[in-house]
Write a protein that binds this ligand. Structure first.
Ligand SMILES: Nc1ncnc2c1ncn2[C@@H]1O[C@H](COP(=O)(O)OP(=O)(O)OP(=O)(O)O)[C@@H](O)[C@H]1O
Ligand SMILES: [Mg+2]
Length: 142
């Protein structure tokens, strides 16, 4: 893989209050590329969805466990990885379907992956039950 032009990595506790922190870090880093307001908002939203999933699903809101984010850029292409070592998914294709949720409380709509897909150019999911999940969000800035 070619070396990225710019990159950073972040490790933080899987707690819901860190979701805003992660979103701010990513958007602060991306400001150097002078993204449009909507590009920045899209990536902030996509990162929030991925981080929330790691907090809520991967670590089941336990507050235990770590989330790792890396951002790499190749010219105007932005590649964001959100990684956890939580419960993983048995069937990632099913999990990506709109309205599919395993949330028992009825508070979640099953729209996180659909939002990530609509606000980026590509979403890749690598997951293994009991091992964890890496969600990769790719977006080309104008
Ligand atoms: N990091 C993860 N680890 C384990 N399971 C996950 C992870 N991310 C998503 N999932 C599974 O995929 C399902 C769908 O995720 P998605 O974000 O689309 O919906 P949701 O989180 O259930 O609801 P919403 O995002 O609308 O609040 C989740 O209900 C969960 O079962
Ligand atoms: Mg979600």
């Amino acid at each position: 893989m070619i070396n990225p032009d710019h990159q950073f990595e972040l490790e933080f506790d899987a707690r819901s209050e860190n979701e805003a922190f992660a979103r701010q870090c990513v958007s602060g880093f991306l400001l150097r590329f002078d993204p449009t307001v909507s590009e920045l908002a899209d990536l902030r939203t996509a990162v929030s969805e991925a981080v929330t999933n790691s907090v809520v699903h991967a670590y089941r809101n336990s507050g235990k466990g770590k989330i790792y984010i890396s951002v790499r850029t190749y010219q105007r292409k932005v590649v964001i990885r959100v990684k956890d070592f939580g419960c993983g998914m048995e069937d990632p294709e099913l999990c990506r379907q709109p309205l599919y949720t395993t949330d028992p409380t009825g508070e979640r709509g099953g729209m996180g992956f659909a939002i990530m897909e609509s606000f980026t150019d590509r979403v890749k999911v690598k997951t293994a039950p009991g091992k964890g999940t890496t969600v990769t969000l790719i977006k080309n800035l104008s």
